[in-house]
Write a protein that binds this ligand. Sequence first.
Ligand code: RIB
Length: 340
Amino acid sequence: MVISLSTIYDIAKRAGVSPATVSRALNNLTSVKEETRKKIHKIAKEMNYSPNFLARSLVKKQTNTIALIISDITNPFFTTMARGVEDAASQKGFNTIFCNTDENIEKEKQYVDLMLQRRVDGIIIASCGSGNNLVEIKNRNLPLVLVDRAFPGNNGWDSVVGDSEEGAYFLTKHLIEVHHHQKIAIISGPPVLSTSQDRVRGYLRALRDYQIKENPEWIILGEFKENFGYQLALKFLHSFGDKPTAIFAGNNFIAIGIIRAVREMGLDIPDNLALVTFDDLEMASYICPFLTVAKQPAYTMGRVATEFLLQRIFGEKIKEKRIVVLKPEIIIRKSCGCIQ
Ligand code: RIB
């Protein structure tokens, strides 16, 4: 059975108007008389018309679609950010394609190439690399906004990030000043990422401000993953030498791994090991407020990045690149040693 796909031309013929009038009526433009608009919508429905998205985007040279490329779609930080992106995009009639790279540079490259092939109108990316995958985007002058992670100089792109250095400083300072910890370790994410680097910088600045000598063996960068935190915590807890009495986890998943290791050993947080981290586990915190955390405004990060991107897509004349650094909210709970 062949199902003929009606087109704008078929509708125009039956309605006795031009295809351009049909297009304006179906896009609900005010330049069409109400009576004609209603007649065209009625005929389109009778003919089971559905717009040819590809044809329309070729004509308009715009797909009304943006891409958000993030590194861990299971992390509430990124899903909250994605919500901010999608809300801002849909309010302007844009669709959003979500791409998850798993902090894998090859996967990121594949997604960037795919989004270019899909002719998205712009890309928002929390890159898992150092920007090498974004050269073609630059060459094509496609609008792009960096979110959460940035590069030195940002290659001229707008960026919207969290203040990882400041958040890390306050979390470490809290452990030192309020709970008198002197032996604090940091376990954070991939060393290539600005968020990992900035968290170490904030941690070291706090140690220096309190004349605490850093122990290089207690500064570990690797993965923003639960198992990474778990393995490192076990290593610290099993070591015969000097042990940290507090750990600054670079993100929520590392913190969960540390908690798993501590509890597996029959120990307790914060009595045996104090813990602070980045990125709240909001739902869990409603049920069991436990983690002391630097909570990044992920939703706002997503919204602002999308607004910047859409301004570039609409061709607004914005000469300078914009750099927005959003402060995290420090939420003090039990894991650092503060009694709720
Ligand atoms: O995995 C999530 C972490 O990586 C967050 O802390 C976010 O800042 C990102 O860099």
